[in-house]
Design a protein around this ligand. Sequence first.
Ligand code: RB5
Length: 165
Amino acid sequence: MVSKRWYGKNGKCAFMASDKLAPETIALAADHGGVELKRLLRGDLEAGGFTVLDLGTDGPGSVDYPDYAQAMALALAEGRASRGVLICGTGIGISIAANRFAHVRAALVHDAFGARMARRHNDANVLVMGGRTTGPEIARDCLGIFLSTEFEGGRHARRVAKLAP
Ligand code: RB5
């Protein structure tokens, strides 16, 4: 559970975990195309009081994005994190890979509106962005909105339920 406190652009982080509850664990994973953005968002999450499960990669060396999508799917299935963020160069490959796992609803997002709707209508549990397509401030906005927006339920719950095999 994440508090809805919104810190805006204070130069540090745009979002904070609730101080009343145990810190939520957010898993992060990226290929080499997303490693820099992952590093930035990890710092923001930690500054905001979240516990981060960093599944790699940790450097610029070339790796395969399906391996990181799979690591994310496993972490969520095992309850080691409640939600996650995946990043590759465009976000495309890693979102395709992540959505092959039935319990993952990975939303590739490019702006605040997409991030909000991914939570409100799709109950996305993984935010996906492109390290080569989305700038750092947009990405920070998207992450803050993803973490602070509730699923609307209702008719959307019926549709989300139909995603299950
Ligand atoms: C890696 O070069 C690149 O293909 C990958 O990061 C991603 O953009 C794939 O969809």
